[in-house]
Design a protein around this ligand. Sequence first.
Ligand SMILES: Nc1nc2c(ncn2[C@@H]2O[C@H](COP(=O)(O)OP(=O)(O)OP(=O)(O)O)[C@@H](O)[C@H]2O)c(=O)[nH]1
Ligand SMILES: [Mg+2]
Ligand SMILES: [Zn+2]
Length: 281
Amino acid sequence: MRALVIKKQADTFFVKLDSGEVLPCVARKNLKKSGLFVGDFVELDAANSISKIEKRKNLLIRPPLANLDRMFIVVAPVPKPDFYTVDKLIVFCLVNHIEPCLCINKSDLDANLCKKIEKTYKNIVKTLIFSTLDESVHKIKSQISGICALAGQSAVGKSSIINALKKEAVTEVGTFSKKIERGKQTTRTVQLYQFGKDNFLADTAGFSKLDESLLKLDEHSLKNYFTDFLPFAQNCKYSSCEHTVSKDCAVAAAVKEGKIDATRYENYLKLHQILRNIKKY
Ligand SMILES: Nc1nc2c(ncn2[C@@H]2O[C@H](COP(=O)(O)OP(=O)(O)OP(=O)(O)O)[C@@H](O)[C@H]2O)c(=O)[nH]1
Ligand SMILES: [Mg+2]
Ligand SMILES: [Zn+2]
């Protein structure tokens, strides 16, 4: 029988069957060793033990989560937006076949700044503007497709989004005693909340300080993941141009003309430099 791991608690894996039923299961020893993660699609044997893991689309380490389809990258007017983190997360998504969606939260605080952020990013990723303080937060619901997770710097409102939508989650998995819940918090378990039949949102506080080494990318290919540079890059004098020096570079020229966002370009240069240095060691 096929199932999806939606929560892990000590040695117990909570799996959702196609019927919608949620079962607590154990995994065969060999699987436990090689690793079994929330987001894994698995096979159950006759005794309801997990006997097989399906091939993964991707696997994230921090937070541990398999088969992520979509990432909601959250920013807000407060705390001051960290666009380096945003741009890095977008690259991370594209490299790992995850669809990025930029969520601009706390629109109640500064609607103009939210619109400005939207203008910069709307041709790069899907963008949503909302506030968790009113109904607009529900815009995110129709975007929850497959296995999704929230990402972004601390205090942008990721947990608030989960809390605003939680009422509508189909399954809130497991009712554990308060004591057990408290004991588990230190291990920072990942949990999938279900919205509709096959759509899930992970409640996690990870990703915010994603390590550049996790991009698993060499600096030469970074330019391909800044999709807003591509139309200009065709006019660089050399097709191998990595847009790091302004001579003969149409991307650098487009930045000067205000056709490419200057902060994005700075973030590109910073990331390019860091990836180049990582490779040396
Ligand atoms: N004004 C306003 N405040 C908000 C909104 N959403 C969240 N907040 C507040 O922002 C603060 C941080 O929210 P959290 O949901 O804890 O942020 P987080 O992203 O989960 O933070 P970490 O768990 O540290 O990564 C809280 O004080 C929330 O009440 C919003 O739409 N408008
Ligand atoms: Mg939180
Ligand atoms: Zn160039």
